[in-house]
Design a binder for this molecule. Structure first.
Ligand SMILES: Cc1cc2nc3c(=O)[nH]c(=O)nc-3n(C[C@H](O)[C@H](O)[C@H](O)COP(=O)(O)O)c2cc1C
Length: 436
C-alpha cells in the first residue's frame, strides 16, 4: 500500500503557503467541527490516534496535553518547538516554508483542547525564509479571522507570537526553550516540575514539535481511527524523515511506521550514491547510536524496533554512510558539535563532551595513544543520565556505539606502523542536504 501523505500532502502545491491556496486545498475545514467539540473530546481523539511527539522523545501527544491542570486560574501556554537544531534534521523547515497554515490550524486544535489563549512559536534563528513564510501566514490568519479574538464566531480567542532563537541547539530542549523565551540564558531546568505544571512564566505549558502539531488537522478531518490504522501497534501514523549523507537523492520523505528501514531509504532516495556499498546508518539524528549495514537492513522503522537495537527514531534524521566514510572522522564531527553546544551548567556534560572531542580529535590527527579508545569508553557511562537534560547522553551514546561497532577503524589510526590510507571522506562529512 502506498504511504498516505499526511504531513507532506501539500508540499508540492505552489500556493499552499498562502491562505488562499490553503483554503482551496481544504484547509481550516476542521474548525467548524472543532469548536463544536468539547475540549476533552479533542484530547480523547488525539489520544486514540496514537500520535507521538516528533521532536525526538516520541512522547504520546494526547497524554501530554492531559497533564495540564484543568482547574487553574493561571493562563496556559503552548510553545511550538521550531528550533530544529538536531544535526541532520531539516523537516520542520519544509512545513514552515510550504504549509505554515497547517501548523496554525494545528495550533488552534491544541489550544481549544487544552484551553490555551496564547501560543508561542520558537523558531530557529538561522531560519530566515521559513520565518518569512510563517510570519506572512500568521499575518494573513489574523487579517482573516483565523487568529485573534472570537475566531470565526466561535467565542475562542487564540494569539500566536513568533519568537526567534539566536542559534543555540540547547534552546531546542523544552526547558531551555522556555528559559530562552523568558529572556534568560538558554539553560535547561531540572525536572520535575515538568512544563505541564510549571512552564513558561511559571504557568502550565504544552511544548510540542512543529510536525506533531501539523499532524492534528489530518487527524481531526479523517478521524483518530484512520490515523491509528497506519503503522504498528505502538508507532502510529507517518513521520517525515530527513535523509542525508551518501544517497542518490537526499531530501525529506514521509514514511509510515513499520516498514523495513533500509527498504524505505532505498525506495525513497535511490540507495547509496554511485553504487557504493552501504557501511552504516544513523536512524535518528546525530544523538542516536549507529547501525551497521546489516542492522539497517534487518530492522523495521518504528520506535520500538529501532529502540531494540539501542538506537532511536529521534527526530527522524536518517544519515547514510557509504563504504568510503571514515567512522572516526564522522564521530569527530558529531562530538565537535556537542562540545560546542553544551550549555555548560552540568559538569559531566561540559567536561565530558569536550574531553571526548579532544580524544577523538587526537586519534584522527594521528596523535592517539593505545589506551585512548578504552578511555573514551570509560568516560561515556559517566555522562549518561547524570545531567539536567540529555545533551550529554546525546554525545556519549553515539561515541560508545561508533567505537564498539567500528573499533578496528579507531585502532587503525593509533597503529603508527599502519596508518589508514584514507582519512577523509572525498565528499566530506556534512549532515545537511537540500530539501526535496
Ligand atoms: C538538547 C536538545 C535539543 C532539542 N532540540 C529539539 C528541537 O530542535 N526541536 C524539537 O521539536 N525538539 C527538540 N528537543 C526535544 C524537546 O525537548 C521536546 O521533547 C519536544 O519539543 C517535545 O515536543 P514533541 O512531544 O511534539 O516531540 C530537544 C531536546 C534536547 C535535549
Amino acid at each position: 500500500m502506498a504511504t498516505p501523505k499526511i504531513i507532506s500532502a501539500r508540499f508540492d502545491e505552489k500556493k499552499a503557503h498562502t491562505l488562499e491556496g490553503y483554503l482551496a486545498l481544504g484547509g481550516y475545514a476542521t474548525l467548524k467541527k472543532l469548536f463544536k467539540m468539547k475540549p476533552d473530546e479533542v484530547i480523547d481523539e488525539v489520544k486514540r490516534s496514537g500520535l507521538r511527539g516528533r521532536g525526538g522523545a516520541g512522547f504520546p501527544t494526547g497524554m501530554k496535553w492531559s497533564f495540564i491542570p484543568k482547574n487553574t486560574d493561571k493562563p496556559k501556554y503552548l510553545c511550538v518547538n521550531a528550533d530544529e537544531g538536531e544535526p541532520g534534521t531539516f523537516k520542520d523547515r519544509l512545513i514552515l516554508e510550504r504549509d505554515p497554515h497547517a501548523l496554525i490550524e494545528g495550533i488552534l486544535i491544541c489550544c481549544h483542547a487544552v484551553g490555551i489563549k496564547t501560543a508561542y512559536i520558537y523558531i530557529r534563528g538561522e531560519y530566515d525564509f521559513p520565518l518569512a513564510r510563517l510570519g506572512a501566514a500568521v499575518k494573513e490568519a489574523y487579517a482573516n479571522g483565523y487568529l485573534g479574538k472570537n475566531i470565526k464566531n466561535s467565542g475562542v480567542d487564540v494569539d500566536v507570537v513568533i519568537h526567534r532563537g539566536a542559534g543555540a541547539y540547547i534552546c531546542g530542549d523544552e526547558t531551555g526553550l522556555i528559559e530562552s523565551l523568558e529572556g534568560k540564558k538558554g539553560q535547561p531546568r531540572p525536572k520535575p516540575p515538568f512544563p505541564a505544571i510549571v512552564g513558561v512564566f511559571d504557568c502550565p505549558t504544552v511544548v510540542n514539535n512543529v510536525e506533531t502539531i501539523s499532524a492534528l488537522p489530518w487527524i481531526m478531518t479523517n478521524g483518530a481511527d484512520a490515523y491509528a490504522a497506519i503503522g504498528t501497534e505502538k508507532s502510529k501514523g507517518t513521520m517525515l524523515f530527513s535523509i542525508s549523507g551518501m544517497v542518490e537523492r537526499p531530501g525529506v520523505y514521509e514514511g509510515a511506521f513499520g516498514v523495513n528501514l533500509w527498504k524505505f531509504i532505498e525506495e525513497s532516495t535511490g540507495g547509496v550514491k554511485g553504487g557504493k556499498k552501504l557501511k552504516a546508518v544513523i536512524p535518528g539524528g546525530s544523538s542516536s547510536a549507529i547501525l551497521t549495514a546489516e542492522e539497517a537492513r534487518n530492522v523495521n522503522l518504528d520506535y520500538e524496533s529501532i529502540a531494540a537495537t539501542g538506537a532511536m527514531v529521534g527526530s527522524g534524521a536518517i544519515m547514510v554512510f557509504d563504504e568510503d566514510t571514515c567512522v572516526v572522522e564522522a564521530l569527530e564531527v558529531v562530538l565537535r558539535f556537542y562540545a560546542h553546544e553544551s550549555c555548560g551548567q552540568c559538569p559531566p556534560c561540559r567536561e565530558g563532551t569536550y574531553w571526548l572531542y579532544e580524544i577523538v580529535n587526537r586519534i584522527r590527527t594521528g596523535r592517539g595513544r593505545p589506551e585512548d579508545i578504552d578511555l573514551m569508553l570509560a568516560i561515556c557511562p559517566d555522562m549518561l543520565g547524570r545531567t539536567v537534560c540529555v545533551l550529554a547522553d546525546s554525545a556519549a551514546i553515539p561515541a560508545a556505539s561508533y567505537i564498539k561497532k567500528f573499533r578496528s577503524e579507531f585502532e587503525a589510526y593509533i597503529d603508527k606502523a599502519n596508518p589508514p590510507e584514507r582519512k577523509l571522506h572525498p565528499g566530506g562529512i556534512n549532515f545537511e542536504a537540500r530539501a526535496l
